[in-house]
Structures are given as C-alpha cells and as structure tokens.
Design a protein around this ligand. Structure first.
Ligand SMILES: [Fe+2]
Length: 201
C-alpha cells in the first residue's frame, strides 16, 4: 500500500480532559484509516486506468484522490500538532513571524478561532506558510481540500469535522477549538515552519 496509517504519538487518553479518549480512538482508528484506505483505492484505480488506457472514470477518481489523500495528510499533521505537554504560546522565530504577519499572537488566535468557527459543514482551519509571499496566513478548508490556496503548506491544523468533537462538545465547536489550542505542540509547529522558510513558487 502506498499510504499507511501512522501510529498516534501518544495514548488515546493522553489529551484528556481537552479531547476525550473515545474521540481519539474513533478518530484515529476509524476515520483516519478510512482516508488512508480511500487514498490507496484511488491510486489503485488510477493504476488500473493506466494499464487499460481507459480513463472514462478519471474525473471521479481524481476527486476521490484529492479528498482522501488530503484527509490523510491533514490528520497526520493534526496528531503531531498536539501533545499532552502542549499549550502555552509559540516562541523563537515562529513567534516573531506570527507577530509580524498577524500583529500579535492574540490577533492570530482570534483569526484562527473565527476561521474554524466559520467553516460551513465539515472542514479545517489551517495556519499555513504561503510560499507566494513567504508569510504565514490562516486558511480554511471545506472537507479536507477545497478552498485552500495553492502554494501553502499547513503547519498547524484544527479538524472541525463533527467527528473531531461532537461526542464531547456536542454543538459547541468554539469550546472545542479553545481546548484544542491548549494542547498545541508549538515545538512541532515551529519544526514545520522551519522547513518552509525560504520556499518560493
Ligand atoms: Fe477528522
């Protein structure tokens, strides 16, 4: 298989009380696994098309690949963005860039929370490095992939599909997002930011 479900970097209950153990178990083992399976199925279907040189279904297969592969990528980053030792505020160069590009850390968190709250239906809020401007921007994704600007690399992602919070927070998405911010592993976000610096289009 081309894509594999990564192991969670901590136990299911490690993020309690902010994120419930049962949510983590279902989210990782069932939902993320589903996207891995879907991405592999789409790749297999593409291989079959190339072998047969019949591309009649190519539109739906490309659509499925974009959805499932983006789901796999977003969730992989999401797990690593969180830690039982997380929370607080970023430091170092990442903090400097957040201040430069948003005005302050507080301004960034307000925009990030508002973006998460504004996603219609299922989607994500994403803090991204934008290679076109070499700046940080906050983007929103509908489903996993729609509406995200080209040339952006996500460094902090918040899943706002209902499967990420409904068992614990019901319809209170804002409360869930506030709790998510309390488990953010800023060291992981900083590592991702370092890898992006200097990239251009
Ligand atoms: Fe999810």
């Amino acid at each position: 298989m081309t894509y594999e479900l990564p192991a969670l970097p901590y136990d299911y209950d490690a993020l309690e009380p902010h994120i419930d153990s049962r949510i983590m178990e279902l989210h990782h083992d069932k939902h993320h696994q589903g996207y891995v399976n879907g991405a592999n199925a789409a790749r297999e279907a593409l291989e079959g098309m190339r072998d047969s040189e019949e591309f009649g279904d190519v539109k739906s297969v490309k659509r499925a690949l974009a959805f499932h592969l983006s789901g796999h990528v977003n969730h992989t980053i999401f797990w690593e963005n969180m830690s039982p030792d997380g929370g607080g505020e970023p430091g170092g160069e990442l903090a400097d860039h957040i201040e430069r590009d948003f005005g302050s850390y507080e301004a960034f968190t307000s925009e990030f929370a508002a973006t998460a709250g504004g996603v219609e239906g299922s989607g994500w809020a994403l803090l991204c490095h934008d290679a076109a401007s070499d700046e940080l921007i906050v983007a929103a994704a509908e489903n996993h992939q729609n509406q995200t600007p080209q040339a952006t690399t996500p460094i902090l992602v918040c899943d706002v599909w209902e499967h990420a919070y409904y068992l614990q927070y019901e319809n209170n998405r804002g409360e869930y997002v506030d709790n998510f911010m309390q488990v953010v592993d800023w060291d992981d976000v900083a590592r991702r930011f370092d890898q992006c610096q200097g990239r251009s289009i």
